[in-house]
Design a protein around this ligand. Structure first.
Ligand code: PEP
Ligand code: MN
Length: 346
């Protein structure tokens, strides 16, 4: 529930509301605004009887948040969240950010070659996993800490910001030292101890939709991050499991307008994991921009046939460059813009 204070409410009125909420056994989150202060009530499972709050001095109205998630909902915060990154990049402010790079960091030559190529083609962030959550324990699990060191090198050399995955709570700090955005993968979307730890890491988080997660479950997972005090969360539609084996997953583009309607958080699309097939990536990337995605996450490898993970869905650098041209045309057609790389960043 939200308690909206009147414009002329005094600090003492706000304090009285906070104390009343706490006395009712809930948590109060005051949110001072330009016009008026709103006090959020969290910790309730169902509808709260607000009679006592409505009667307090300075209270204008009570708004009941109808969804089980609260902090991520549009009711709670009508204006879109803009995630601000080093170098002035934003996600959620209208500009489309393209995050590109190999599935995994495989070595210095590979990651630097990929980083330079995606930057030259217009990506603004480099993605690559150092810790890989693989379906099979026998598959390549990533270079670990050595991979993080190589990502830091790629950041220094190209100025690209880094998106890389944390797979367990113990690994979050090491990832946060190098990453500009911490990725939580689909397999970990409901790993609540990891979410809580990432919510406290002081870096934006990219939360991928679980393999069989509903949009409500995705938003509830994001709620864990916001509840830990991290407002900088970017959601990612990466395809869900379906009965059809033609594609690896079913990229649910309707999740983009759905999330925008239900939540203030930005949402990007991952057509690589969403299709599992290189040939389909450009069409679904174009469609995602047209559907209003705040960005894209695309796997690109200098030699996809030699990739240690996800080669079949990775574009080569020429294909990525071609796709970027097409994306600019689509963005233009709907009055949007693909962000440009701006050299070395702070
Ligand atoms: C990845 O981004 O390489 C990855 C493992 O993605 P997902 O968690 O969506 O499967
Ligand atoms: Mn991958």
């Amino acid at each position: 529930m939200l308690v909206v204070m009147r414009q002329d409410a005094r600090p003492g009125d706000v304090q009285a509301v906070i104390e009343a909420i706490e006395a009712m056994g809930y948590e109060a989150r005051p949110m001072p605004g330009r016009q008026r202060t709103t006090v959020g009530l969290v910790g309730n499972d169902g509808r709260v009887d607000g009679t006592r709050l409505a009667a307090l001095g300075g209270v204008q109205e009570l708004i009941h948040v109808t969804h089980p998630y609260k902090l991520v909902s549009r009711e709670w915060k009508p204006e879109p969240t803009v995630v601000r990154l080093p170098g002035g990049l934003t996600i959620g402010a209208g500009e489309v950010q393209v995050i590109a790079g190999p599935c995994s960091v495989e070595g210095e030559g590979q990651i630097l070659q990929a980083a330079h190529a995606v930057k030259d083609a217009g990506a603004t962030l480099l993605r690559a996993g150092a810790f890989k959550p693989r379906s099979s324990p026998y598959s390549f699990q990533g270079l670990g800490v050595a991979g993080l060191t190589l990502l830091a090198l790629a950041r220094r050399e190209t100025g690209l910001l880094i998106v890389t995955e944390a797979v367990d709570p113990e690994g979050v700090d090491a990832v946060a030292e190098v990453a500009d955005i911490i990725q939580i993968g689909a397999r970990n979307m409901q790993n609540y101890s990891l979410l809580r730890r990432a919510g406290r890491a002081g870096k934006p988080v990219l939360l991928k939709r679980g393999i069989a997660a509903t949009i409500q479950e995705l938003l509830l997972a994001a709620e864990y991050l916001l509840a830990e005090g991290n407002p900088d969360v970017i959601l990612c539609e990466r395809g869900i499991r379906s009965y059809d084996t033609q594609t690896r997953n079913l990229l649910d583009l309707s999740a983009i307008p759905t999330v925008h309607a239900l939540s203030h958080l930005p949402i990007i699309a991952d057509p690589s994991h969403g299709t599992g097939r290189r040939a389909m990536v450009p069409s679904m990337a174009r469609a995602a921009i047209a559907a209003g995605a705040d960005g894209l996450l695309v796997e690109v490898h200098p030699h996809p046939d030699q990739a240690l993970s996800d080669g079949a869905q990775s574009l080569d650098t020429g294909q990525f460059e071609q796709m970027m041209h097409e994306l600019r045309a689509i963005a233009d057609a709907i009055g949007r813009r693909i962000a440009e790389p701006v050299g070395a960043r702070a």
